[in-house]
Design a binder for this molecule. Structure first.
Ligand code: ADP
Ligand code: ADP
Length: 234
């Protein structure tokens, strides 16, 4: 079945003292288990808003969102936060690490918040940091790391609870070409292992790493293509 299923999603931003912005204007979308989907399109198309909706960070004005078959759009903020912690990993362009915590603590924190024992959290953190080549940096703070390293820490943090879905919002947007290649390589590796990934990017080269590309334009899905040439559901 689908990991994510959204129907009729609508989200209008209503900034104070400014005109409303119709960011997402009627979107139907399903992501199947194990898919690596890129959502691409120009700046302002509504990609980030869509990702925030799917992450449960904001609530749609109308429409439904199911994660693993359960409605999340109708849940309270507290319940959505719990669900996010356990089932969704998110990485952002600017990493959003806790600057005064060590790398190790940044990665362990979500595991502890999700109710893992300290021992289990430590074991999961150690395994991921080793896998991501960061074992030697675990006592550092984020400010002592390069951008690429910080994004790898953010990836470890997003994956520590083995989420059903990894959401990545322009994860290479503030990295150089080396960091970009590294992020792509890691996303590819986790995908090979069965991780479901939804990547938001305006970068065609990054989108090309996915096996399905959804083109977003003006708050709507303009195209939805499997890169082997087929179309989902066709
Ligand atoms: P706060 O959360 O304190 O309102 P924000 O920085 O999120 O502060 O938002 C400040 C203002 O800018 C708000 O009116 C918000 O709706 C608007 N805003 C936030 N993000 C964006 C964006 N990406 N594009 C346009 N307006 C935005
Ligand atoms: P993209 O990720 O494709 O660049 P966004 O979802 O960030 O698109 O933005 C879609 C539209 O909604 C843009 O016009 C943007 O300025 C606006 N927007 C995004 N977030 C907010 C917000 N919090 N408040 C007001 N406007 C926003």
């Amino acid at each position: 079945g689908s990991i994510v299923r959204a129907t009729g999603l609508v989200k209008t931003h209503r900034p104070e003292g400014a005109a409303p912005v119709h960011a997402v204007r009627g979107v139907d979308l399903s992501v199947e288990r194990g898919e690596f989907v890129a959502v691409t399109g120009p700046s302002g198309a509504g990609k980030s808003t869509l990702l925030h909706l799917l992450a449960g960070l904001v609530r749609p004005d109308s429409g439904t969102i199911e994660l693993d078959g359960r409605r999340i759009d109708t849940l309270s903020e507290a319940r959505r936060a719990m669900l996010r912690r356990r089932h969704i990993g998110v990485v952002f362009q600017f990493f959003n690490l806790v600057s005064n915590l060590t790398v190790a603590d940044n990665v362990e924190l979500p595991a502890l918040l999700a109710g893992r024992s300290p021992k289990q959290a430590r074991a999961d953190r150690t395994e991921l940091l080793e896998e991501l080549g960061l074992a030697a940096k675990e006592k550092r703070t984020p400010g002592e790391l390069s951008g690429g390293e910080q994004q790898r820490v953010a990836l470890a943090r997003a994956l520590v609870n083995a989420p059903s879905l990894l959401l990545a919002d322009e994860p290479a947007g503030s990295l150089d070409s080396k960091g970009t290649r590294e992020v792509l390589r890691l996303l590819g590796r986790f995908h090979q292992r069965g991780q479901t990934i939804l990547l938001v990017t305006h970068d065609a080269r990054m989108a090309g790493a996915a096996d399905r590309v959804i083109s977003f334009f003006d708050g709507q899905v303009a195209d939805d293509v499997h890169l082997d040439g087929g179309r989902p559901g066709a």
